[in-house]
Write a protein that binds this ligand. Structure first.
Ligand code: SF4
Length: 179
């Protein structure tokens, strides 16, 4: 079962905005408008997080909330992928964990793992990795040692160590495997 929450939209500081319209003109998806003399979000679902509005605003009146940002190089340019909420990317399945890839290059792979109550990822050897728990409670097993985990916990596992995850309650975590 997929889980979706309301998508965050650009935050506009009414105290800074002068209503110059630059952000409205530059937005490629018509997500912004001028209302009452200041910028406002016209269509929250239209926002694709291009960042044009934030960059063009002379008053620094616009910011975009996000929870995960993957900044990477493509040739000579730097690109950014925004994930406004991890909830949009967490996929729960009664059939077992279905990890979703959020970022990948030759040096790392970032996935979001989602486990229903009682589900497990069996221990398996893996590369150096960082696990960060976002929701739920459970256990991280590393080379037969069991460590309790809850939201905010970060676990770093050494290269080659066998690791697994068990969910006591609905559990979501980020795992970054580093080559
Ligand atoms: S660019 Fe900045 S100052 Fe101009 S309308 Fe947009 S938010 Fe307001």
């Amino acid at each position: 079962m997929e889980q979706h929450e309301a998508r965050p939209v650009p935050i506009i500081d009414a105290g800074r905005c002068t209503g110059c319209r630059l952000c409205v003109l530059v937005c490629p998806t018509a997500a912004l408008m001028i209302r009452g003399g200041i910028a406002a979000v016209a269509d929250a679902q239209a926002c694709t997080y291009t960042g044009h509005c934030e960059r063009i605003c002379p008053q620094q009146a616009i910011s975009r909330p996000f929870q995960i940002m993957f900044i990477h190089r493509e040739g000579n340019s730097v690109k950014a992928i925004f994930y406004p909420t991890w909830q949009e990317r967490a996929v729960f399945s009664a059939g077992g964990p279905q990890p979703q890839i959020l970022a990948e290059n030759e040096k790392l792979k970032l996935i979001i793992g989602s486990l229903e109550v009682g589900q497990k990822i069996p221990t398996h050897p893996e590369a150096l990795a960082v696990y960060h728990f976002l929701q739920g409670t459970g256990w991280m097993i590393v080379d037969d040692e069991r460590y309790p985990v809850s939201p905010g916990a970060t676990v770093i596992t050494p290269e080659g160590a066998k690791r697994g995850v068990e969910a006591e309650t609905r559990l979501v975590f980020l795992a970054t495997r580093i080559a």
